[in-house]
Design a protein around this ligand. Structure first.
Ligand code: NAD
Ligand code: IPM
Ligand code: MN
Length: 353
């Protein structure tokens, strides 16, 4: 018997609701010789408002000692005067991604059978929409490399400077190529804005060309971010692996979720491919304050994130079983009916039991 030491960070809003279902499924799906040992960490708005703590160093050190992290979502109630934007997003979520070196933010998108896309039948009909966004997770405009001068005056100046290191770009590009190489279509699309962001764009373009020579079977394509959004809405089947920077990847993956059945289905992994620290798995969506506490949130994205977690830890069969259970559950959803968060979790868990 081995153990899977799991740090669970339910977080805010619908985070705890969807995490409970993902954990329920994970416990049923884990191989019979693996004991899931969850440790729950109460981090998020409530703790911050009560104590001023966001992510104490001692908690980070404990979390680091686990095999993987399952996270729900962070972000308090909108416009709370006691909780300025960014405190939790930067101090908790991004700090975990940065400190644990989650440089591959993996966001798969597929239209599963029976799932309705808002795209027309002419766009999705008969085509296989199955792509993965490899979003850089530790650099770009997310590093906090900026500042503001003369705040509140008409002469205010604010900057957020995008950081793109050759080291950081090369490692995520190589990971994306390796993923493309393992997929049937073997196609990699760099999405950027090299026509305007010429400095950052040059690094990305050069390193894609350079790493391409190690992967002669992979076809390389390039698209500017704006045009990529046209094709994502008119011909998403053309994408296989997309590699892109942190901010573009954030935006692309909400659209990708929307066209493949909604944000309630979109899973993600914040992966440390070198395994120097635990990777973290979470839905793409946020804390959804508008539906929190109502048992309405779809836990499917969190459950599929648990499948990515199992796969990352080498439990490929269990991961595939979770995905298959979700696919079957989605295919048999009765149109026009709604189920509670727990009903969806129970239904998926029951298929695995
Ligand atoms: P959001 O993803 O929380 O919500 C956007 C819309 O999608 C809302 O209408 C919401 O009800 C709906 N939605 C989201 N998840 C759903 C689910 N599982 N089932 C059904 N509907 C769902 O984005 P937002 O409103 O922009 O952000 C809310 C808060 O979450 C903010 O504080 C933001 O910073 C934070 N956030 C956190 C994460 C994260 O923890 N990874 C991701 C995105 C946003
Ligand atoms: C996401 C979220 C986060 C991001 C925020 C909350 C920091 O939108 O996981 O997609 O921008 O990465
Ligand atoms: Mn996002």
């Amino acid at each position: 018997m081995s153990t899977l030491q799991l740090a669970v960070i339910p977080g805010d809003g619908i985070g705890p609701e969807v995490t409970a279902e993902a954990l329920k499924v994970l416990e049923v799906a884990a191989p019979s010789d693996v004991k899931v040992e969850p440790t729950r960490y109460d981090l998020g708005a409530e703790r911050y408002l009560a104590t001023g703590e966001v992510l104490p160093d001692s908690v980070l050190a404990e979390v680091r000692g686990h095999d993987a992290i399952l996270l729900g979502a962070v972000g308090g109630k909108p416009n709370d005067p006691n909780l300025p934007p960014g405190i939790l997003e930067r101090g908790l979520l991004l700090r975990l991604r940065f400190e644990l070196d989650h440089y591959v933010n993996l966001r798969p998108s597929r239209i599963f059978p029976g799932v309705v896309s808002p795209l027309s039948e002419a766009v999705v009909g008969g085509r296989e929409i199955d792509f993965v966004v490899v979003r850089e997770g530790t650099e770009g405009p997310y590093t906090g490399n900026g500042g503001a001068l003369r705040v509140g005056t008409p002469a205010e100046v604010a900057t957020e400077v995008s950081v793109n290191t050759a080291f950081g770009v090369e490692r995520v590009v190589r990971d994306a190529f390796a993923r493309a190489q393992r997929r049937p279509r073997k196609k990699l699309t760099l999405v950027h804005k090299t026509n305007v962001l010429v400095h950052a764009g040059a690094v990305w373009w050069r390193l894609v060309q350079q790493v391409a020579s190690e992967f002669p079977e992979v076809t390389v394509d390039y698209m500017h971010i704006d045009a990529a959004m046209i094709f994502m809405s008119t011909d998403p089947a053309r994408f296989d692996v997309i590699v892109t920077d942190n901010l573009f990847g954030d935006i692309i993956t909400d659209l990708a979720a929307a066209i493949t059945g909604g944000i309630g289905l979109a899973a993600s992994g914040n992966v440390n491919p070198d395994r120097t620290a635990p990777s973290m798995f979470e839905p793409v969506h946020g804390s959804a304050p508008d539906i929190a506490g109502q048992g309405k949130a779809d836990p499917t994205a969190a459950i599929l994130s648990a499948s990515l977690l199992l796969d990352h830890l080498g439990h490929a069969e269990a991961a595939a079983a979770v995905e298959a259970a979700v696919i079957a559950d989605l295919a048999e959803r009765t149109p026009g009916t709604t189920r509670s968060t727990a009903e969806v979790g129970d239904a998926v868990a029951a298929r695995l039991a």
